[in-house]
Ligand binder design. Structure first.
Ligand code: BGC
Length: 758
């Protein structure tokens, strides 16, 4: 990606020696160039192979089945069924397998299964390796003992793409150690609907953060060659518009005008395609009434034509069938297969039978789907397998495999958890607590590893507490370890949705110095996580209220995957600490923040709403900030995007903005200084406002960020260049344009206007 085309360039101008100098977001994009593409020799091999294939073999290559379809039993008792496997791979030529049934298995178990699968491939005529795919979402979810990082929303709160890249490398290596070459990650859906149960899988509401983090994930997973023993192919999902369901429920319709699609939802996919991603997975919902899997305009004209994507478009789970029985956009599976394949689906995650292949074979024979379309899809699939190194070694990664969950990887996950914690409120400096304070710990998430992790943890739903590792600390356990059992009283107080001993918690609070009230959510993934009310459940609010009424300082610890409303209790709390599912090491990290061993540095990658009916994002329109009558205004966040406190203070000064004679580029510099008494890290967020535009402009857009670490008294001057794209927007004709006129740069509390002349 070219620096100018990508947007801002930032350079550190002057810096005294500091703990760590991280590249800013644009230097990061510049540094991590896409990998080499498939070598010419490989392309020739793919072509020669395709020429040998029968139609039956080709439609098999476009078919993906779930593990349960080729096995018997489940969990530890799961066994591949030789008969089912032979039918799938030898008779039907199935190309790809996915998933677990139902719990994470040791990498050694996976390696044995991969050997059995590839041994079956040896019985086929052309011996085309099977590619196995897993969802390694915040670590290798389905590999037992894997290193688990904060969920992507928590990683976004770090504003540290280097850290995400390193984490993604670890995830890739631990996935390949299972002999698995394909990771269904990252989620690049921009998270702008806070009710949506997959919000925590996103990098938050801002397209630029999702762009930078998406590139970090792809570069981390794929490295300079996705075909090595420690790298995997990535899958950008879920193309496109999945994250914006009107009703907030998973897999439901979205209305997204073309301008919004291009301005907000497309950029992360565009950047990750350029970063080399091998595949995309398609949106299960519908956009403007067209199911994602039927949308030829988005899958061909935009994804292939405009974005230049040359990899594989894989369907999501059962979505060609769902186009019939859920979307009612086709009368039967065969017609749905025809429409989806012609719309650009290359591989169908059927995933429980081979009906897709049967229908497609018939459709080609009838002339309803051209052979050229099938050849195109199969070429892409074979090319992906070549890029993953599977033709060279279908078991790559299984010899001398990477150690899963090593101490070094776990240390990296702990560091990520620390950086992901967001200190939302700290009235009167209630935090950090003194280690000698007598604390009450209460609330349903205090003693839960599940709330620390959320879904995609050991199982799909992440809700099997008995399977979680015994040696990881909940918040309660970590606090006890930090300050000693004698300083801690624990009263559960409430379950997630049911009051327990609320009165006992209030009584205990009265005799403690401070009450730590741990609230939040259970673990969930996808549809089972649907909710109708963004507020925290009544039982939790009742607990918090009762504890606040006891009169001692209260610190709320929120462990949640989306911003559950806390209006009714937040004013009574002195401190609020947010853990966006920081992972296995999150309990430890939270205790370190609460007691000041770690200075918090995370910032909100989403707007934290105050009211259920005011779910606006930071880049709302100007008139949503204005009094709309009777003292009301629309944008009323509890905590704004980018908010996050520290135990030190940072002062910003000397914002200088110098446009070139012709307008863009615009040189910007700003100085940030640690004016407090302890070392700290500060994500610096640089916004641009287009003051007037032919489409009502947002109040501001994030155009660059840089995480700086500063010692007490230390300052640093950052220099940025605003290029044309940073001043542009998508106009009514769907074109990215720069309209000359008045602009503003803002960084923290500083603002500077400038003009771009015609
Ligand atoms: C999810 C995808 C996931 C797939 C395979 C689907 O239900 O929407 O994100 O990759 O299952 O597990």
């Amino acid at each position: 990606m070219s620096l100018r085309a990508a947007g801002l360039a930032v350079a550190v101008l002057a810096a005294s020696a500091s703990a760590q100098e991280l590249p800013d977001s644009q230097a990061f994009l510049e540094k991590h160039q896409p990998p080499q593409r498939v070598a010419a020799g490989q392309a020739a091999k793919v072509k020669a192979l395709l020429a040998k294939m029968t139609l039956h073999e080709k439609v098999g290559q476009m078919t993906q089945l779930t593990l349960a379809a080729v096995s018997d039993g489940s969990n530890e008792n799961l066994k591949l069924s030789p008969a089912k496997l032979e039918k799938a791979i030898v008779d039907d030529g199935v190309s790809s397998l996915l998933n677990v049934a139902d719990i994470a298995m040791p990498a050694s178990w996976w390696r044995e299964r991969q050997k059995e699968i590839q041994a079956m491939v040896e019985k086929t005529r052309l011996k085309i390796p099977v590619v196995y795919g897993l969802d390694s979402i915040h670590g290798a979810t389905y590999v037992a003992g894997a290193t688990l990082f904060p969920q992507p929303l928590g990683m976004a709160a770090t504003f540290n793409p280097e850290l995400l890249l390193e984490g993604s490398r670890i995830t890739a290596a631990e996935t390949r150690a299972a002999g698995v070459a394909w990771n269904f990650s990252p989620v690049l859906d921009v998270g702008r609907q806070p009710l949506w149960p997959r919000l925590y899988e996103t990098f938050g509401e801002d397209p630029y953060v999702a762009t930078v983090m998406g590139v970090a994930a792809v570069r981390g997973y794929e490295g300079s060659d996705p075909g090595t023993a420690t790298t995997v192919g990535s899958s950008l999902k879920h193309y496109i518009g999945y994250s914006f369901p009107t009703n907030g429920h998973d897999r439901t319709p979205a209305l997204i005008p073309d301008t919004l699609l291009r301005e907000i939802f497309l950029p992360p996919f565009a950047a990750a395609v350029k970063a080399g991603a091998l595949s995309v997975m398609v949106n299960s919902g519908d956009v403007n009434g067209v199911p994602g899997h039927f949308n030829r305009h988005l899958l061909v004209d935009v994804l292939r034509g405009e974005l230049g994507f040359d990899g594989v478009a894989v369907s999501d789970w059962e979505d060609i069938k769902k186009a019939v029985n859920i979307h009612r956009a086709a009368p039967d599976d065969k017609e749905a297969t025809r429409i989806a394949v012609l719309a650009g689906i290359d591989m169908s995650m059927v995933p429980t039978d081979t009906s897709f292949a049967t229908h497609l074979e018939a459709l080609v024979k009838e002339g309803a789907v051209p052979m050229a379309r099938v050849d195109e899809a199969v070429t892409r699939i074979l090319t992906m397998k070549a890029r993953m190194g599977l033709f060279d070694d279908p078991l790559r990664g299984t010899q001398a495999p990477t150690e899963v969950g090593s101490a070094a990887s776990r240390a990296k996950a702990l560091e990520a958890a620390r950086q992901s914690i967001v200190l939302l409120k700290n009235e009167g400096g209630v935090l950090p607590l003194s280690p000698t304070a007598k604390v009450l710990v209460t609330g349903p998430t205090a003693d839960s590893l599940m709330s620390l992790n959320n879904g995609w943890t050991i199982t799909w739903q992440g809700d099997r507490g008995e399977l979680y590792p015994r040696d990881r600390k909940t918040v309660l356990a970590a606090i006890k370890a930090r300050v000693g059992e004698a300083n801690v009283t624990y009263v559960p107080g409430a379950e997630l949705e049911k009051e327990l001993d609320v009165a006992a918690a209030a009584t205990a609070a009265a005799s403690a110095d401070v009450a730590i009230v741990c609230l939040g959510e259970k673990a969930y993934a996808e549809t089972p996580g649907n909710i109708d009310d963004l507020a925290l459940p009544d039982a939790q609010l009742a607990l918090a209220k009762a504890v606040i009424a006891a009169g001692k300082p209260v610190v709320l610890v929120l462990l949640e995957g989306r911003p559950r409303l806390i209006r009714r209790v937040v004013d009574g709390a002195k401190g609020v600490v947010l853990g966006l599912n920081p992972g296995h090491e999150g309990g430890q990290a939270l205790a370190e923040v609460i007691y000041g061993d770690v200075n918090p540095s995370g910032k909100l990658p989403i707007t934290y709403p105050r009211f259920a009916n005011a779910l606006l994002t930071y880049d709302h329109k100007a008139f949503e900030d204005q009094d709309t009558g009777f003292g009301l205004k629309a944008y009323t966040p509890e905590f704004a995007f980018g908010h996050g406190l520290s135990y030190t203070t940072f002062a910003y000064s000397d914002l200088k903005v110098t446009p070139a004679a012709t307008g863009a580029p615009v040189a910007v510099s700003v100085t940030v200084k640690n004016t407090g008494a302890r070392a700290g890290a500060e994500p610096v967020l640089v916004y641009v406002t287009d003051q007037y535009a032919s489409i009502a402009p947002p109040v501001k857009r994030l155009r660059c960020f840089a995480r700086v670490e500063l010692k007490p008294g230390e300052s640093r001057t950052l220099a940025f260049t605003l290029a044309k794209p940073d001043l542009s927007f998508v106009n009514a004709a769907g074109k990215t344009v720069l309209e000359p006129g008045a602009f503003t740069v803002s960084v923290a509390g500083l603002k500077q206007d400038f003009e771009i002349r015609k």
